[in-house]
Write a protein that binds this ligand. Structure first.
Ligand SMILES: Nc1ncnc2c1ncn2[C@@H]1O[C@H](COP(=O)(O)OP(=O)(O)OP(=O)(O)O)[C@@H](O)[C@H]1O
Ligand SMILES: [Mg+2]
Length: 342
């Protein structure tokens, strides 16, 4: 599907662009939102806007790399594996952030693909076969400098929360910040709300973290309603519906069935399309959409995630805090005034 510039996407995207343009080594940007809300898509699109033309990078240089904080076969997060995958990306990048959903011409993509294949061939022979965690991180640091790399994107960072008893999640954050400071890179992490635990316990970390919240469309924010209807309107143009305004008529139900999460809405419509198709129809009916809702227990899990995201966002959002403080202070002032009255 082509990108949809919907409003829940546009504002956080602007914030992310601003946060990355304000390059501060050792600082971290966290993009936080429920799964499927569009964090990776948004981050890639910002990086494409900033560094989309590899012709300007210079030979052997890469302004940014991207990897995932995966949990390897052992159940715990491994800092050594992360270093190893970063080292691979620095020497033989996959460049998914640049290539996926990009506007580059086929010809440019093919020539990039050829160059990357060549990098991989060379790297297979050069890559260290056995190194300690410390040695890997040392090599990562040197490679960052050699490649002129300025940003490291790390997805699914909640993996960093799964640790042996002797490591705390904040240890990883502190370690990555020190690396970033020493090598002049900025990390941009994406994850779901529990990733907030990676920085919130240490004020020293918090000061260097910029958070970009990516909320779903919410029925608790009246201002979300119009934009949500517009999303349904633009999605409605991409599907064959029994009535032109079918999605608008079902707006409340669709919100309830998807948690207001963009990818969930798209998946709901894809499932409904499949239901119609299996019954030999090419138009999606109200019934097809209803038959495609998740089970109650799945929906409950989606809403649990959404609620927990919203409460973490409220707790971390300065403007919300300020609003709260204003109302509380106004109340105090008011009661003082009242007390002054004869
Ligand atoms: N603005 C958009 N227009 C069109 N498709 C989008 C848009 N944003 C996201 N998508 C699609 O929605 C799906 C989920 O997006 P994405 O992977 O970016 O979510 P995420 O927040 O990173 O999820 P996760 O937390 O699971 O990694 C993808 O298939 C993506 O292509
Ligand atoms: Mg993602």
């Amino acid at each position: 599907m082509r990108m949809i510039q919907h409003s829940a996407y546009e504002l956080p995207r602007k914030r992310l662009l601003r946060a990355l343009e304000n390059h501060r080594p050792g600082h971290m940007v966290f993009v936080i939102g429920p799964s499927g809300v569009g964090k990776t898509t948004m981050r890639r699109s910002v990086m494409q806007e900033m560094f989309g033309d590899p012709g300007h990078w210079g030979r052997g240089r890469t302004p940014a790399v991207e990897t995932f904080a995966m949990l390897p076969n052992s159940a715990y997060f491994s800092s050594r594996e992360l270093a190893r995958s970063l080292l691979d990306e620095l020497h033989a990048p996959t460049l998914s952030w640049l290539l996926e959903g990009s506007n580059l011409s086929e010809q440019v993509k093919i020539s990039i693909g050829n160059e990357l294949a060549e990098c991989r061939r060379v790297w297979i022979d050069l890559k260290p076969k056995r190194a300690t965690e410390g040695e890997y991180w040392g090599m990562v640091q040197r490679s960052i400098l050699a490649r002129g790399c300025k940003y490291i994107a790390l997805d699914q960072v909640t993996a960093l929360l799964v640790n042996h008893r002797d490591t705390s999640p904040a240890d990883h954050t502190l370690h990555l910040m020190a690396l970033a400071e020493a090598s002049g890179v900025m990390f941009v992490m994406t994850g779901v709300q529990s990733a907030a635990r990676l920085w919130e316990v240490h004020s020293e970390l918090r000061r260097r973290v910029v958070t970009v919240w990516v909320p779903p469309y919410s029925d608790s924010r009246p201002e979300d309603w119009g934009p949500f209807l517009r999303v349904l309107q633009s999605l409605g143009l991409k599907y064959n519906l029994s009535k032109k305004d079918l999605l608008m008529r079902m707006a409340h139900d669709i919100l309830a069935a998807t948690g207001g999460i963009f990818a969930q809405i798209v998946q709901l419509l894809d499932r409904a399309h499949q239901v119609a198709y299996e019954q030999g129809r090419d138009r999606i009916t109200k019934r097809d959409i209803e038959d495609s809702y998740y089970s109650d227990s799945d929906l409950e899990a989606i809403w649990r995630d959404v609620r927990s995201f919203e409460s973490v966002m409220r707790a971390g959002d300065v403007s919300q805090r300020a609003k709260l403080a204003r109302t509380r202070w106004r109340m105090t002032l008011q009661s003082e005034n009242d007390a002054d009255q004869p």
